[in-house]
Design a protein around this ligand. Structure first.
Ligand code: CUA
Length: 351
């Protein structure tokens, strides 16, 4: 094993987070006490492949040279068509090897699937949608987006759900990967051993922004975890709420809605509200289609709430928005929606 030269030893003693470490084959070092079989099986398969590659290529090259035809009319050196003992050997030995791989992989998949009781009592729900992750903590109304906190040394289970298409929960540092399948719950568990920050990827092609769909996993001490670092929502003043709303916007809305007027998958947020000369902020008028009927509405809080929770109720009567569908966020709580509305209002220009 060797360390990447990212941190000098002096600063390493001050930072609790371990430096990124890779092994001799370039694999990220495992930061979980669980699933040693992933690496063992990987290296076993790797070694088997190298062994047979070398063996087969050596026999091939030897035969090409030794038995090559030296003149155009040279007769065949042998007319042998088969050799039963040899065929039995090269069938039975690979069969035994692949059965070992199968049994090893099966035991590993079983361990990953059956969570111990401590992990199932500490279950975080991860909801995947195009193209972000939402995390809900046990007995806690606050949620976090594209960032999740887990406690070091404590087994944790993730309950995986998708609200749209296939995604996959892939956390290479913990050696876990599981498909997230719409219409069904999947689980995965692990026990993190090192405080630090790790990457969670979506490992199933899920549309245009699949490559943007990743989250940060913070492994923290029990004391830090107890402080509920995921609940950072400040809405003490309208300005603070707008600021919280802006950061939520960049996490879950920005992939489809611009704030500068440019067209996206969804309509821009610029100009939803306008500022009057007296400083009051009012909603603009907008053409929408509701239940197949075209009508003009005034944008207000109720319309925004409805558009977040039930986006199809009133669709903007303009291409391509009539056609494009938005994922609903039915579980976004009132404080968060209010923060988003404050942020939309903060984008209002004077009339
Ligand atoms: Cu979600 Cu790829």
């Amino acid at each position: 094993m060797f360390h990447l030269p990212i941190q000098d030893p002096a600063s390493a003693t001050q930072t609790p987070a371990p430096p990124p470490v890779v092994d001799a084959y370039g694999q990220l070092t495992k930061r979980a006490s669980t699933f040693g079989h992933v690496d063992d099986l990987f290296y076993f398969t790797y070694a088997v492949c190298i062994f047979f590659f070398v063996l087969i290529v050596a026999v091939l090259l030897f035969s090409v040279v030794k038995y090559r035809r030296r003149t155009w009319d040279q007769p065949a050196a042998s007319n042998t068509t088969h050799n039963t003992p040899l065929e039995v050997v090269w069938t039975v030995i690979p069969l035994i090897i692949v059965m070992i791989m199968f049994a090893w992989g099966y035991m590993g998949a079983r361990d990953m699937t059956i969570a111990p009781i401590e992990a199932s009592r500490n279950t975080i729900k991860a909801t995947a949608k195009q193209w972000n992750w939402t995390f809900s903590y046990p007995n806690d109304p606050a949620q976090s987006y594209n960032e999740v906190w887990v406690e070091v040394g404590r087994p944790v289970q993730f309950l995986l759900e998708s609200t749209d298409v296939l995604h996959a929960f892939y956390l290479p540092s913990m050696r876990v990967k599981r498909d997230v399948i719409p219409g069904r719950y999947q689980t995965v568990w692990f026990e993190p051993t090192e405080v630090g920050e790790y990457h969670l990827f979506c490992a199933e092609y899920c549309g245009k922004d699949h490559s943007q769909m990743y989250a940060k996993v913070h492994v923290v001490s029990a004391a830090e975890y107890g402080a509920r670092p995921w609940d950072k929502w400040d809405d003490s003043t309208p300005e603070a709420a707008a600021k919280s709303g802006a950061s939520l916007y960049s996490q879950i809305c920005a992939s489809c809605h611009s704030v500068n007027g440019s067209a996206g998958v969804g309509p821009t947020w610029k100009g939803l509200f306008v500022k009057n000369a007296d400083g009051s902020i009012v909603g603009r008028q907008r053409e929408v289609i509701e239940g197949g009927v075209r009508k003009t509405i005034t944008i207000d809080n109720d319309y925004i709430v409805e558009s977040i929770r039930k986006p199809d109720a009133k669709k903007v009567a303009e291409e391509p928005y009539v056609r494009n569908a938005m994922t609903a966020f039915p579980d976004l709580d009132d404080r968060k929606i209010n923060g988003l509305i404050e942020y939309m209002k903060s984008l209002a220009d004077s009339k």
